[in-house]
Design a protein around this ligand. Structure first.
Ligand code: ZN
Length: 294
């Protein structure tokens, strides 16, 4: 029946044209489509651990990741105080191009990204930056854990909090090369990260009260980012030590999709910026006590 075939073709073409038009007009949908087309779940699963998916050329890296994954998962469940909502997925890439398509950031220089409930690992973590693999994997699993519980479309907590949580939970993943002492000294010297309410900031956009000095031997964006992440991680650790019950109450509220500011206020009886000022003054008084003791 040629006429029916022609009609079906016509409908098909109209559908493809409409989909293309929607994707051209809506960058958010275009991003979602690109992430879906490059979902790591479409890659083969590693034989000994179905949570790890990998490009066939990245078999050795997938093996290394599969060895680290159970410990990283246990560490995140203990730090967040709850199991994962569903088994986390880890994508292991051999090609920077495939990795950049999957992370949809067009930046193969980023070591790892969490997208749609999966942690995507750059090939650099099994080559040049192999020493960061465990920390970065654990850091990303913190993002996977939080996003796995949050209802779709729930307001995103501020980036300083999600990154600080991930740095704390992974014992410094993502803040390599900046020690607690160096970050504390930077805070005392006035190079303090700004607790920005924005939900997503590019690495260049992280604000400091005073621009920290740069080591010309290091990449400027990496330096700023790791100092900011370390400071955020120290603040989140301090919040947890100050009141563990309030901290877990805050996490449960964020997982339920509650907006950050209200959930924070309810848990701690104070705002995050006000507690940040206490955290900073604690650090400043440590210096004066040390100074007094010689
Ligand atoms: Zn992160």
């Amino acid at each position: 029946m040629p006429s029916i075939m022609a009609k079906a073709w016509g409908f098909g073409l109209a559908f493809v044209a409409a989909a293309a038009l929607v994707l051209a007009l809506r960058p958010d949908l275009r991003l979602a489509a690109r992430v879906a087309w490059n979902d790591p779940r479409l890659l083969p699963a590693f034989a000994n651990d179905a949570r790890v998916h990998y490009e066939p050329q990245a078999l050795a890296c997938a093996q290394a990741v599969a060895v680290l994954t159970p410990r990283a998962i246990a560490q995140i469940e203990s730090a967040h105080g709850r199991p994962f909502a569903r088994p986390p997925i880890v994508g292991v890439y051999a090609s920077y191009e495939t990795y950049a398509n999957a992370n949809a950031m067009d930046d193969p220089g980023i070591a790892a990204v969490t997208r749609a409930g999966a942690a995507l690992l750059s090939p650099t973590l099994c080559s040049k930056e192999r020493d960061r693999l465990e920390g970065v994997l654990t850091h990303e699993l913190s993002h996977v854990h939080l996003s796995g519980w949050r209802p779709l479309g729930a307001p995103r907590p501020p980036q300083w909090f999600t990154e600080g949580l991930a740095v704390m939970a992974s014992h410094g993943g993502g803040a390599e090369g900046v020690s607690d002492d160096a970050a504390a000294q930077a805070i005392r010297d006035g190079y303090r990260v700004v607790l920005d309410e924005r939900r997503w900031i590019d690495f260049a956009g992280l604000g400091f009260e005073r621009e920290p000095p740069r080591d010309p031997a290091k990449d400027p964006l990496t330096q700023r980012q790791r100092l900011a992440y370390r400071q955020a991680g120290m603040f989140v650790s301090w919040l947890r030590m100050r009141d563990e019950t309030a901290f877990l109450q805050l996490l449960r509220a964020l997982e339920a999709g509650k907006p950050f500011e209200g959930a924070f206020q309810l848990a701690y009886g104070e705002s995050a910026p006000s507690l940040w000022r206490r955290f900073v003054s604690d650090l400043l008084s440590q210096r004066s006590r040390r100074g007094a003791g010689g």
